[in-house]
Design a protein around this ligand. Structure first.
Ligand SMILES: CCC/C(=N\NC(=N)N)c1ccc(NC(=O)c2cc3cc(OC)ccc3[nH]2)cc1
Length: 320
């Protein structure tokens, strides 16, 4: 157990491990002064020291976490570091990882999957509107606020995220072009298509929530997972998809499209008929309101379908 920063120990009591990741662990913590519960994500730098990019990534991640402000994106409370680890204090998501929820329930009820998927779309739409690609969307990186089916979700783990630096691309293009690869000039590397990688991952996430199993898996046929992905070959096992609506399947099929130019975007997904579901939108907006405003009479802010996909409420503010 590497020694915890003194300042962290003065303010919080760290207790049991509640989550593990490739880059460290998550511990349950109590703020001494208030006894409020938090999650502390410990990211050890040495794991990646070899790549040398860890520090860069972690600093980018911290920068993103401190800049973004959306009800479905994890918020940092505090940040500490020692020479070998980062300690990030986060709001505690009592429901844990979506991964475990889907695993324990085999597959989610379609209405629950729709509520979670809508919130993920809102979170990723916010990131994309702010020029951020997540690049690592998966059930382990979607957290649930409670053990209730109807709960708020938050996207986390911006370790792979990239801030789309159009300026960087411009600087590159100012240099001598002779050594630049073709794709730097083609559309593939600019804002447009970079964002599409998150739409694909959201398609995989929705597939897993609706069916309880992964669309690309080594057990399907003799092709490798990579081959299946490259060819967009996913398998809808009848017994798992029988009770899933055609509209839900349509969303999955339009996201798991190999050509990023033809893939449905996050904005288009938010307009898909499957998500034009007033009761679900009302629930989602009640959950996404800042704490305490959920119980006021809603008639003045009853979200209409069109409103629901507009920019986030003013409280979300913009990236500073
Ligand atoms: C800046 C930290 C972002 C991050 N990961 N970043 C990274 N891996 N580079 C990250 C990764 C995982 C988590 N996980 C949690 O907060 C969490 C809460 C929780 C509660 C649980 O039961 C009550 C069980 C698992 C949990 N994970 C929070 C943040």
């Amino acid at each position: 157990q590497s020694s915890l920063p003194r300042a962290l120990q003065d303010k919080y009591v760290l207790t049991r491990r509640i989550g593990t990741g490739v880059c460290g662990e998550v511990r349950l913590a109590f703020e001494r002064s208030t006894c409020r519960k938090f999650a502390v994500k410990i990211i050890n730098k040495k794991n990646f020291q070899s790549e040398g990019t860890a520090t860069r990534n972690a600093e980018t991640e911290i920068e993103i976490l401190q800049r973004v402000d959306h009800p479905c994106l994890i918020k940092t409370e505090d940040f500490y570091q020692t020479e070998d680890s980062y300690y990030i204090v986060l709001e505690l998501m009592e429901g844990g990882e979506l991964f475990h929820r889907v695993k324990s329930q085999q597959q989610l009820d379609e209405g629950v999957a729709k509520l979670y998927f809508y919130q993920m779309l809102c979170a990723v739409q916010y990131l994309h509107r702010n020029g951020i690609i997540h690049r690592d969307l998966k059930p382990e990186n979607v957290l649930l606020s409670s053990s209730e089916d109807e709960c708020l979700i938050k996207v986390t783990d911006f370790n792979q995220s990239r801030i789309l630096e159009e300026a960087a691309l411009m600087r590159t293009l100012c240099g001598t072009p002779s050594y630049l690869a073709p794709e730097v000039f083609t559309h593939a590397s600019s804002t447009g298509y970079g964002l599409a990688v998150d739409a694909w991952s959201l398609g995989v996430l929705l597939f897993v929530c609706l069916s309880g199993y992964a669309p690309f898996h080594e057990s399907f046929g003799e092709r490798s997972v990579t081959e299946q992905i490259i060819h967009g070959e996913f398998t809808m096992v009848p017994s798992k998809w029988r009770r899933v609506s055609n509209q839900a399947k349509d969303v999955v099929r339009k996201l798991l499209v190999v050509d990023p130019k033809l893939r449905m975007t996050v904005d288009e997904a938010l307009q898909h008929p499957w998500l034009q579901d007033q009761p679900m939108l009302q629930t989602a907006h009640r959950l996404m309101k800042p704490a305490g405003r959920g119980d006021e009479d809603d008639e003045d802010d009853a979200p209409s379908a069109a409103v629901s996909t507009e920019a986030e409420p003013s409280s979300a503010g913009s990236l500073n």
